[in-house]
Design a protein around this ligand. Structure first.
Ligand code: ZN
Length: 178
């Protein structure tokens, strides 16, 4: 099915938030960051990356329960939802691209953010905490106070630091925890 492709031949360019442009075919599934010509490092996220790249499994499970998903394409809470939240909050800082026609890349949607992967991770965790607070505030009071108690102890930067350190010991494939 996939067409043979000469590297560098594609004119499918992706313009980044910083103004630089890259060839979409330069990206692959294992990439999580991109060292850009502008001097910054940008996070690379693909729809095939599990949400557990940024969020612990238990949280992803909860999010799947609390988020209402009506679209058939986005049936479960996953990376497209996560990046949708980031784009909503930082519309000019993330570009998305449909790479379905680029079989070499290996994903459907992909996103490149102005921030590096670590900053993006912090932003995602902060947004998820807000989403959870909103979701829980519609629940009963016992749940709310339990959640608030947990959130009081929750330090986003510390969490991201530890989460990333833990995962760095794992193999590089983003599929490991699927
Ligand atoms: Zn750049």
């Amino acid at each position: 099915m996939s067409q043979p492709r000469v590297p560098g031949e594609s004119d499918d360019r992706l313009e980044l938030p910083c103004g630089e442009a890259i060839a979409v075919t330069d990206l692959d599934l294992g990439m999580r960051e991109l060292a850009c010509d502008c001097g910054a490092t940008h996070a690379v996220v693909m729809d095939v990356h599990p949400a557990t790249r940024f969020l612990p499994e238990f949280l992803v499970e909860i999010l799947r329960e609390v988020t209402e998903t009506t679209s058939e394409e986005l049936s479960e809470f996953d990376m497209p939802h996560v990046m949708g939240m980031v784009i909503e909050e930082f519309p000019g800082s993330v570009v998305s691209h449909d790479a379905t026609d680029e079989p070499d890349v290996g994903c459907g949607l992909l996103w490149v953010s102005e921030f590096d992967s670590r900053r993006l991770h912090e932003i995602i965790v902060e947004l998820i905490v807000e989403l959870m607070e909103h979701a829980v505030s519609h629940g009963d009071e016992d749940e709310l106070s339990e959640f608030e108690r947990q959130m009081l102890e929750f330090d986003v930067e510390e969490f991201v630091e530890e989460y990333r350190a833990d995962r760095n010991f794992e193999a590089e494939s983003p599929y490991d925890d699927r």
